[in-house]
Design a protein around this ligand. Sequence first.
Ligand SMILES: [Zn+2]
Length: 71
Amino acid sequence: MRDRSLEEFVGGEAEAGESDVDVDEDEGDVEPATVTYGWSPEGAPCDACETVVERRWRDGDDAVCSACKNW
Ligand SMILES: [Zn+2]
């Protein structure tokens, strides 16, 4: 009688605790930051000064080099 009560108590508590932790971790995904620049390994011309650069930053609808980007 004594052993049976202890078993039920421990089992129930462990089960509830584990499912709580799982839910928290599964929904804890961090949204990736919005992409603000494009990467072109071969280079691409800046929309403002036409300098060919590997990395161009979003500036409205344009993709510009870091020198033309309005920080
Ligand atoms: Zn530029």
